[in-house]
Design a protein around this ligand. Sequence first.
Ligand code: AMP
Ligand code: ZN
Length: 465
Amino acid sequence: MALKLYNTLTQKMETVQPHHGAPLGMYTCGPTVYDFAHLGNFRTFIFQDLLRRYLKYKKTPLLHVMNITDVDDKIINNARAAGMSIQDYMAGYSDAFFVDMERLRVKRPDIVPYATQHIPEMIELILKLRERGHTYERDGSTYFRISSFAGYGKLSHLDRSTIETEGRVDADEYSKENPRDFVLWKARKPEEPYWDSPLGPGRPGWHIECSAMSMKYLGETFDLHCGGVDLIFPHHENEIAQSEGATGFPFVRHWIHSEFLIVEGERMSKSKGNFYTLRDLLQQGYNPIAVRYLLQSVNYRRQLNFTFDGIQQSQAALQRVNDFLLRVREIPSGRPENPVFDERLAQARADFEAAMDDDLNVSGATAALFELVKDANPLLERQELGPLNRDHILDFFSGANSIFDVFQIEQRELPDAQIERLIEERAHARRERNYRRADEIRDLLARSGIILEDTKEGTRWKALN
Ligand code: AMP
Ligand code: ZN
């Protein structure tokens, strides 16, 4: 079966498939690097990683491009406040972003273009729009006139009157013919970075970045474009207007938007102050793999409520699967096979793939894994699974893990001696009533996925991942 995903543009479920044998082109709007990304941002990036990995699982070739917005009002203001150059300021947050992405096991996109390195492409696109009569100039800034593009509103499905009142208005102070017209090129302001151009000295608006960079690397028409639902309007609507306005060709075939991570009913966001960074959670001793598990556990088109209880439950769910896999690995050769179980496994695989093909229904796919664990556990108990059953189970989980990347499929190669040494040091610290040090060591181990269990016989440890 082929993967079907909901398309915001057509409001239908549609099959995702390459055209003319070329790899699928996928563009995802990347972060604005003015601060650490929060867990809401990472929900979106983990979803995109999941999509990418599932396409790979299905052997569909893909070229993934994600931009970095490195020139914007917030970056300029924050850099100035910190007394740093924009370049130095943003480089720190851009590096931190990729460190966090790696901790969450999000694969790096194939191409990561930075906005400031594509200014000529943006200028060229704006000049094309000017030639085709889509722009006007005010006080040195160039704007897109939305009334010049008949398809404006086709992605967000808003009618003209709603367009006038809904969505995030660009924070520019410049005068415009219509409040929804958006800036393509901002006139130079004192003490702000600027580039000389036939449009006058200035810097690009945010929307034009994505049109210029996506088309540069993926062509005038490409397959998949992703982002959070807040980007549908106006950002993606504007990308369509700019790109189709300039080329006359359809811009993107399939638009995919993921829902918010929320906290107590409200979207997690910087401006509301209700956000956590990955760093906050690591400091509290949470495991990044459990965070990944949590953030990918709910279907992307449904909101996900963030709670600490949710991370604990994720940790417990992971432990259940990893304990199971450990016992499966221990099935010795020579034990009789169970042919009926292989049929059960084939069913689990079919259920798993059917769920994933259905708009990446992660809950359905995870249920297929957990049902299998439930059915296999008593057989393991009674020693009724053989080495071939073992290999087949591990193969199935290994395939699922190539997408989720949270389970422990193989025996972990651990610097055991180091762990034992830390556990001893912790025991010593506790005897000395140095609980601060004892907790520190527990947290340190937790960050590497090592969970401690204090029993009467002493401390046992388990590798979560
Ligand atoms: P930004 O750096 O604000 O442009 O956001 C980067 C990505 O994170 C965009 O695709 C946003 O749609 C997404 N995003 C922002 N807030 C949330 C949230 N609370 N939940 C899920 N995704 C979000
Ligand atoms: Zn974008």
